[in-house]
Design a binder for this molecule. Structure first.
Ligand SMILES: [Zn+2]
Ligand SMILES: [Zn+2]
Length: 134
């Protein structure tokens, strides 16, 4: 009983560390970035532990996992309904809210699908400046 309790307690603490790291980073961090932030304060926590917990927490709805095509998943502590803009140049992720009215309903021809996330791609203001200078 005691062993089980300690395991549960340790996992709760690890999850809290991970959630704190995601919140503090506040950049829609990748698993790697979350691990680096956690390891800075708690060097005994392994990378596998962080990755496993991120997956579980996303599965349990404690974090939002933003799938990014051809890149690492990003993790978001903001569980409120919002969409994302990913800069194709610097890779930063921005929150989009409020949700554009046309995106709230279902998409024509996809009424049977439940849309849980929507991601826009393009260039952020900083990267547009670079683009114009070239
Ligand atoms: Zn950018
Ligand atoms: Zn977000």
């Amino acid at each position: 009983m005691r062993g089980t309790f300690n395991t549960v307690k340790r996992e709760t603490i690890q999850r809290r560390l991970i959630l704190d790291a995601v919140k503090t980073l506040d950049i829609h961090a990748t698993a790697e970035q979350v691990y680096e932030a956690v390891a800075k304060e708690h060097p005994t926590v392994s990378k596998a532990t962080v990755y496993r917990n991120l997956n579980r927490m996303a599965g349990a709805g404690e974090l939002l996992s933003i799938g990014v095509l051809s890149a690492s998943a990003r993790y978001d502590h903001n569980l409120g309904k919002h969409y994302h803009f990913i800069c194709e140049s610097c890779g930063r992720v921005f929150d989009i809210k409020p949700i554009p009215p046309e995106a709230r309903g279902s998409i024509e021809g996809m009424e049977d699908f439940m849309i849980k996330s929507l991601t826009f791609g393009g260039l952020c203001p900083d990267c547009q400046t670079d683009y114009k200078e070239e």
